[in-house]
Design a protein around this ligand. Structure first.
Ligand SMILES: Cc1cc2nc3c(=O)[nH]c(=O)nc-3n(C[C@H](O)[C@H](O)[C@H](O)COP(=O)(O)O)c2cc1C
Length: 402
């Protein structure tokens, strides 16, 4: 997603410098060209070699070292940057930039660049809340410098409060978002994700293998394309992307009610969840006992849950509705019948028994079938690429409606 972008990462002397390693690695995975400038103090925490190995580029520390090419480094880096990221940003670098100090390669290059500059501050809570630091932050923001605010949590200095650098995944998301065409701006998209769980008694439930990865990726890409996103999610291990409204549910009935609360105000409903089709007819208030010797079988009667997609498919007016069909056999046949029965605009079918497809993987192998009967088979793709294909199709449909 960042192919062709030159991102200069400035690393300063804070304990969170180790997290900058992950940031650089993630930026490279997004195909950005990454060049790293470290302050002298940053090299006390992580070696330049670590960044050089990950970025596949030389790492710059010293302004007065003989240039490796004929450019003056701080000028050539400043000019080629599409974006500057300072992570971690110490109180010191924030103070220096706010006061026009350019006494090393990093500060000098920041001063010389016309590109966007983003700071990811990281420091002890008292330092972060210090009025001098706060004044510098406000001043830099007023000049157009951007900040990815630190999180509140337990810091390396064993204090609890704001100051912990934002997670690398969130920093990279912020950068991707900022480069992305906002083609879904003004649209509200509701995405359901993950499994549901149906309780049997206070300690047991039935569920399925859905991980939520596909739905979360769709929500993330839709947000980066400018949509207002509501993610209705069953229990998963995933961290919801920042800035997305999250509605957490357990049962299919709860998911149904959550969709109901959002349906009228949305333009798009994408049903990537795997809600349980059935629930136990009776919830036992007490734990069901084995009753040694007396009980060799346990019969639980299940009753049907509402079919969320079919229900809202009947009610839909202008909304685009997308469904998923996770099957193990007769994929296309089942998917086509689901598409019609649920009045979907298109359906994303995947054979969950194939390697590289389905629930827990980061990849998927999908076939998309639309209302007009058009069938497109895709090769194995990353779930974020599948999310882009789905949302491109949604955008086309929205455009033909408007
Ligand atoms: C172990 C250790 C951890 C530090 N962590 C931080 C930090 O998280 N944030 C910060 O602003 N300063 C931190 N400092 C202080 C900075 O290293 C110090 O202000 C230094 O001058 C920053 O230089 P630089 O901004 O040029 O890299 C730390 C110092 C030490 C010794």
């Amino acid at each position: 997603m960042l192919r062709g972008k030159n991102i200069i990462v400035g690393v300063t002397g804070g304990i969170a410098a180790y997290k900058a390693v992950d940031v650089v690695s993630r930026l490279k995975k997004q195909n950005a060209n990454v060049e790293v400038i470290m302050t002298k103090h940053a090299t006390e925490f992580v070696t330049p070699l670590t960044f050089q190995t990950l970025a596949l580029n030389p790492v710059y520390v010293d302004m007065f070292k003989e240039p490796k090419n004929y450019d003056v480094e701080h000028i050539s880096l400043a000019q080629k940057a599409d974006l500057f990221l300072i992570a971690p940003a110490t109180a010191n670098i924030i103070g220096k930039i706010a006061n026009g100090i350019a006494d090393d390669l990093l500060t000098t290059t920041i001063m010389a660049t016309k590109s966007r500059v983003i700071f990811a501050p990281a420091m002890n809570t008292n330092m972060y809340l210090n009025p001098i630091v706060q004044k510098n932050l406000i001043y830099l923001k007023s000049l157009g410098y951007e900040f990815i605010d630190p999180e509140t949590g337990l810091l390396a200095c064993q204090t609890y409060g704001p100051g912990r650098m934002a997670e690398p995944i969130d920093i990279v998301r912020y950068i991707i978002n900022s480069f992305t065409n906002k083609k879904l701006q003004g649209k509200k998209i509701v995405v359901t994700a993950g499994p549901t769980i149906e309780p049997i008694d206070p300690v047991r439930y039935i569920t399925n293998h859905s991980s939520g990865k596909m739905g979360y990726k769709i929500a993330e890409v839709a947000q980066s394309w400018g949509a207002e996103v509501v993610l209705i999610t069953g229990p998963t291990d995933l961290k919801p992307p920042k800035g997305i409204e999250i509605i957490k549910v357990n049962t299919t009935m709860e998911m149904f009610n959550a969709v109901k609360s959002q349906f009228d105000s949305c333009q798009v409903l994408i049903k990537a969840a795997a809600p349980s089709d059935y629930r136990p007819e009776v919830f036992s208030q007490e734990k069901i006992k084995k009753e040694e010797g007396k009980r060799d079988e346990l019969n639980i009667r299940f009753v049907k849950n509402p079919d969320i997609a079919a229900h809202f498919g009947k009610l839909k007016k202008d909304q685009i509705m997308v469904g998923f069909a996770a099957e193990t056999n007769n994929l296309i046949q089942y998917a086509e019948s689901k598409l019609k029965k649920k009045n979907l605009d298109f359906i994303v079918a995947n054979d969950v028994s194939k390697e590289g497809a389905g629930f827990k993987t980061d990849t998927n192998i999908v076939t998309i079938i639309d209302k007009k009967g058009k069938v497109i088979e895709y090769p194995i793709l990353d779930k974020s690429q599948v999310a882009e294909i789905i949302l491109d199709k949604v955008e086309d449909l929205l455009n033909t409606k408007s």
